[in-house]
Design a protein around this ligand. Structure first.
Ligand SMILES: [Zn+2]
Length: 176
């Protein structure tokens, strides 16, 4: 009886120990599987996050470029530079191609500069030309303050007095 009892106890002990080991193994496998899955998921999330961040940065850059492109101050500065290059005369289409902007933006920019009295508008047979006096070449002339006549200065025939009214001429400069 006693031998049988010890044998049964031993069997039970081994069985329980075996179950504990099996349980532990299952737990270990489960947790390692979970770690692998987590790491894989983390990698996916990291990649997704990086792409997301990159995407947001690209959008921010695009918005920034767009804002910079349409910044009125920058557009006015660029237009003034262009006016200087074109010797003080600009058309709307020159601003459109020179600054790569739409017609309404070009007109708005030119009109903004005109409101600051830095340019004026001339209608030349239906073509609107913006004149920037600061960038126009000047030439010396003689003007008559009495009748308003303007005469180019010629070396060969100096004009002491106004050819039309005889008043004394005054030296001045006019825009070319
Ligand atoms: Zn005169």
């Amino acid at each position: 009886m006693e031998v049988v009892g010890i044998g049964l106890l031993a069997f039970l002990f081994i069985a329980i120990a075996g179950l504990v080991v099996i349980f532990a193994v299952i737990k270990a496998v489960q947790s390692s599987l979970r770690n692998v899955a987590n790491r894989a998921m983390e990698r996916v999330l990291n990649v997704g996050e990086r792409e997301l961040v990159k995407g947001v940065q690209n959008i921010e850059r695009a918005i920034g470029d767009e804002i910079a492109k349409n910044d009125p101050n920058r557009l006015a500065t660029e237009t003034m530079k262009l006016a200087e290059e074109k010797a003080g005369e600009l058309t709307v289409s020159q601003v459109m191609s020179g600054l790569d902007v739409r017609q309404d933006v070009a007109v708005r920019t030119l009109e903004g500069i005109r409101k600051k009295s830095l340019c004026s508008v001339q209608d030349r047979n239906g073509q609107i030309v913006y004149i920037f006096p600061g960038f126009k070449k000047r030439k010396p002339v003689k003007i008559c303050e009495y009748c308003g006549g303007t005469y180019e200065i010629r070396e060969e025939e100096p004009l002491p007095s106004c050819p039309s009214c005889g008043a004394k001429l005054k030296a001045a400069t006019v825009l070319e």
